[in-house]
Design a protein. Structure first.
Length: 124
């Protein structure tokens, strides 16, 4: 098997800019365990109520809602501080940015990620 193009590693240091939490409409996929952790993080004991407020169903999957009219910010993004309000319980999708398969497919896709994300291609 051939080594991936990034076999020597990639650089990334989060700048905390919050750009990955805003922008064009999209999906932040969440599973049952992530939903429970997010609900606990904000002190919501009723999972059904949490889902009514913060989750939308897309086919058979679930995604966090976005705030329409706000540059499609994630429902848990604080636009004043530019921080995630549930950072300690953020979903795996958020934890693994920018190391998504779509960003690592080719050197060109990684370069596009570096142009969109100020921390990609920087640091260790």
């Amino acid at each position: 098997m051939d080594d991936p193009w990034y076999k020597d590693g990639l650089r990334f240091t989060c700048t905390g800019c919050g750009d990955c939490c805003t922008g064009a409409p999209g999906y932040v996929w969440v599973n049952k365990a992530e939903i429970a952790a997010l609900a606990a993080e904000i002190g919501e004991e009723d999972i059904d109520e949490f889902e009514r407020k913060y989750v939308r169903k897309i086919g058979i999957r679930k995604s966090l809602k976005e705030i329409a009219g706000s540059n499609w910010d994630c429902v848990f993004f604080d636009s004043e501080s530019r921080k995630c309000t549930v950072y300690n319980a953020r979903p795996r999708q958020c934890k693994t940015w920018p190391f998504w398969d779509s960003n690592l497919r080719t050197e060109e896709s990684w370069q596009a990620t570096c142009e969109a994300c100020p921390g990609s291609g920087q640091g260790e």
